[in-house]
Design a protein around this ligand. Sequence first.
Ligand code: SF4
Length: 278
Amino acid sequence: MNSDKIGFAIKNTNWCNLNCVHCCECSGPNVVPNIMPLNKVEKYITDFNAVKYPKWEYVVFTGGEAMAPYFHNQNTYIPSCLDIATSCNMVPVVKTNATWGTDDRMRKRILNDFAGMAYKHQKLMSLEMSIDEFHDNMNGIVNIISDVVRSTYLAPAVRLALVGLNTVESYIRFLQLVDKMNGQGLFTVINNGELDITIPNLHQVKVFFDLWAMIANVGRAKKNNLGVYKPTGKPEMFTGHCLQIDNHDVAILNNVHREKIQNENLSQIIEKLIARTK
Ligand code: SF4
């Protein structure tokens, strides 16, 4: 990994249907469900594209719960984000707690939206699902994976990943997830950072997973003494910079700085923030 490249994430909301004890964003169901307007999403992505600093081609949509618009009857919002990012030649990645996977209607809608956008642009659309000991989302994740693997329409279009494995307990949960998928006839093998999931005579799908993600020592993680690294320091395992812009136009680099953007020129903001981390 080239640690000099800068990554980009849009925190489209701070609302979340969960209220996890380790949440470094202090998100939850009682937060006002403000969602970044689409014209701002487009502007930030366009501005990031124009930044001269070396950068990754991904734009991560996160929160709070990035799927919040679906919970608040804004069903075209996330497909529009995927459309905007892809039209700007960036690769959209949506991070989610995946609890909506237990709601049949919502799951079908979201997966079809992702696949529709994938076929429109002829590019994979990525869903990253948190798998850690704090989320009660195992059934949702299994349903989502199961739908994608069993569908010849979804499987080639939706890329799935499991992220946020950060403790021994969460790895045990991950193994339970694998057991559960095997129990559902999804022949699942752990293979070098990927789950290989096969349905005999149909096809195989690979689900990427990352190990030992760290919990930033801010927000409720700090309050509940669950943080693994202090963002004001330089954590050994942390590489690269990630610029986050939230739905209140606050720029955050590596969770170090939390300040209002004075103007919307991301190039200046990045230079300023990177200079402060040196
Ligand atoms: S950790 Fe994720 S799922 Fe949990 S409250 Fe925070 S944003 Fe929501």
